[in-house]
Design a protein around this ligand. Structure first.
Ligand code: GAL
Length: 394
């Protein structure tokens, strides 16, 4: 309950203070009185453009609605777009926001390298930009809010190490890898974080990647599509496991790819140990939580996107207020979740580090799902016993 209480408290504070012209964040004071350029709507509210990548991957629907809800509750006007994983569309969606006179942009990029023109346009218009969850490779980006992406991978890798008890078992165990979208700056972080945990066992011969496909480029999944991940997994199973070779684990960088791989294993894997194959994921998508409960997927790395939205809102307020931004945003906040201020790890171009606020991801399994996701209020239990996203955030 703790996190949700903090969230409600933050929202309630924003509401009451915004109503009297003030602001909840100790780092900011007053929506509508910001120093950034942009038009102030007729009712005095500042406008925030929130550009999400797509509605076809579950988590972005949750992000979009949390951000929208929280910015509105704090007294801002919002424009929220989802660009159907189409970069050109995201460019024109953001251009429309600029034309609408937004005071600040929150952008989760489809392709971190493809927003240069529109980011320059925003920069020329003096509009501050928060890169949300995925870094954008353009120096007009003012700040980055995300989870510690490398740690997401570390948690997945460690889970496999422990589940197969690689420290004590002789093996060898067979494993395959599925990574994310090469256009997404996060994807290599997830993959490297995981592989760094597994590599010592691969070197030792305890873990064997039977397909031999170990490089990021070979295992990446365009647009994080479940279908693409499923087809590649089917090919691997047909080419390397059809003779009864045992598969022990499949590293998947997130839930949409995990869904595809799990489906391929359910339909095409010939071995007898189907129920014991260790499969990782990330996000806590509803379909995957069902698979975890049913024993088809082993774990997911959960990222509390409600908290990511809280950090984004407080940062936006501080930016619009012209405050100095540093780790005092964290120390002065009422957040009761962990977040670090990092000026070293992410760069929008060589030599141009992007100050980042990084939240901490967590492992969810069938055993702790109730405690981590239901007791905290992030999900409720539906009539069929499976987890669902509460109405207001779906
Ligand atoms: C990543 C994000 C992950 C996952 C993936 C696919 O950028 O950090 O949480 O959702 O995109 O949407």
């Amino acid at each position: 309950m703790k996190k949700v209480l903090a969230l409600s408290l933050a929202l309630a504070m924003s509401l009451s203070l915004a109503a009297c012209g003030g602001d909840s964040s100790s780092a900011a004071s007053g929506s509508g009185s910001g120093s950034a350029s942009g038009s102030v709507a007729s009712d005095g509210a500042q406008k925030v453009g929130i550009a999400m990548p797509t509605q076809s991957l579950e988590r972005w629907n949750r992000d979009g609605s949390y951000l929208d809800e929280q910015f509105k509750a704090a007294g801002y006007e919002t424009i929220v777009t989802y660009s159907d994983n189409d970069t050109n569309r995201q460019v024109s969606d953001i251009q429309n926001m600029i034309a609408e006179g937004v005071d600040l942009l929150v952008v989760a990029a489809i392709d971190g390298e493809a927003l240069n023109t529109v980011m320059n346009e925003a920069g020329e218009a003096g509009i501050p930009i928060i890169a949300y969850d995925r870094l954008i490779m353009n120096d007009n980006v003012s700040y980055y809010v995300s989870f510690d992406n490398y740690t997401v991978g570390t948690l997945q890798g460690q889970y496999i190490v422990e589940a197969l008890d690689l420290e004590n078992q002789a093996g060898p165990f067979n494993i395959e890898f599925t990574a994310g979208d090469p256009a997404d700056n996060n994807a290599p972080y997830f993959f490297n974080g995981a592989v760094d945990q597994l590599q010592p066992y691969i070197d030792e011969g305890k873990l064997v990647v039977v397909s031999g496909q170990t490089e990021f480029d070979a295992v990446a999944t365009a647009a994080w599509e479940s279908q693409t991940a499923m087809e590649r997994a089917q090919n691997i199973l047909a080419s390397y496991y059809a003779d009864g070779t045992q598969l022990d684990a499949w590293l998947c960088s997130n839930d949409s790819t995990s869904l595809g791989v799990t489906q391929a294993i359910q339909s095409d894997y010939a071995g007898a140990n189907k129920a014991d194959i260790v499969i990782t994921g990330q996000d806590g998508d509803v379909a995957n939580l069902k698979n975890i409960k049913d024993g088809l997927q082993s774990m997911t790395v959960y990222k509390a996107v409600a908290n990511e939205a809280v950090v984004t809102l407080d940062l936006a307020k501080a930016i619009l207020n012209g405050d100095t931004i540093d780790d005092t945003l964290i120390t002065n906040s009422a957040w009761d979740f962990e977040c670090t201020y990092d000026t070293e790890s992410y760069a929008t171009s060589e030599g141009h580090n992007c100050p980042s606020f990084l939240l901490v991801p967590d492992v969810v399994t069938a055993d702790n799902m109730q405690e981590k996701l239901v007791d905290t209020g992030y999900y409720t239990v539906g009539d069929d016993g499976y987890l669902v996203v509460p109405e207001s955030n779906s």
